[in-house]
Ligand binder design. Sequence first.
Ligand code: NAD
Ligand code: WQD
Length: 350
Amino acid sequence: MTHPILITGGAGYIGSHTALQFLRAGHTVTVLDNLSNSSPESLARVQTLSGKPIRFVEGDITDPECLAQLFSNNHFAAVIHFAGLKAVGESVAQPLRYYQNNVAGTLCLLQAMDAANCRTLVFSSSATVYGDPQQLPISESAPRSATNPYGRSKLMIEELLEDLYASDPRWRILCLRYFNPVGADPSGRMGEDPQGIPNNLMPFISQVACGARAQLSVFGGDYATPDGTGVRDYIHVVDLAAGHLAALDYLLAQPQGEWLAVNLGTGHGISVLDMVKTFEAASGQSVPYSVVARRPGDIAACYADASKAHQLLHWQATLGLQEMCADTWRWQAQNPQGYRLSASAGDKKS
Ligand code: NAD
Ligand code: WQD
């Protein structure tokens, strides 16, 4: 069955890769995005790659009038809700902006959905809701906590979604807790396009490999991990996007409403040095690095128990670290300016 779907934040990194898979699966896709951290060029490429039209509404989830208009003019079978701000350090400096955008924005969205009788939602949560985990691998029943305003905004949204379902069991709500999304579409035409200095490991490594940055700082070499560097569960964005299709299928097949949370990860821990070595091999470039002090707030290791996603959603990650690095490199090498216009012009010539 195919359905009309609203994707908030669909012009962003994970949202655009997900929109591509939803179009390929035959769904009709409307994207609502305020372009605060993305470019409409990502959606142009989604259309080219899928060969299908996408409807784009430039608007804000904190704007009730925009939402009311969107929901009164359209019927959506479900909302896939990516829209949000995601930089941890920025959230510490600007907590009100993060709570307004992420928490108040989600409230506005839920009110508009309720008024329109659209009560099926897939929400972008994060492994950050596990705080500093007491046990590895991390299962969905592990205790939740937050160590910064970004993480707290995700935790607050999960909790308000639980309250909503408890008040009205017609809601079908699936919180997907992503581990560390990396990689790019294998076409090399879509990928992560961070503004300024990347906060995350993979985009930083790829900018070092292409010569845009001199070297990687490895944050801490003395963790209690096999090589002393931080361990994470990196998951290819193409696998992650497929997890949203599986989540939608699951929710729409349920005879009754439900609130649940499911991890999306591979279940494997990868160290910073593993990542550097694999990226060098995949790209044929060297990635100079030096080990520096730990980054405040970082944890030693984090990886998923991915069994619930397998059992319930019939989903599991299929792509490994080699593909994550090779696909990131293809995107980086072909689009050194990301989605900015100069890159786009060059892209069209090739
Ligand atoms: P992204 O910044 O690339 O995409 C988010 C999109 O939402 C952007 O296009 C942005 O313009 C849009 N947006 C932000 N605020 C908005 C608003 N008020 N109204 C409308 N649009 C708005 O980020 P991403 O990496 O694609 O992440 C998508 C979601 O997944 C986010 O909610 C993020 O918190 C969550 N998540 C991301 C990661 C990660 O490491 N990338 C990990 C766990 C969870
Ligand atoms: C990974 C590893 C670093 C950069 C963050 C958010 C989390 C989630 C994903 C949204 C760690 C090390 C990094 C660098 C390094 N986002 N590192 N040098 O910290 O696991 O998670 O993004 O929900 O909420 O906190 O990801 O990619 O920043 O770091 O050595 O320049 O790489 O110390 O061990 P993290 P990351």
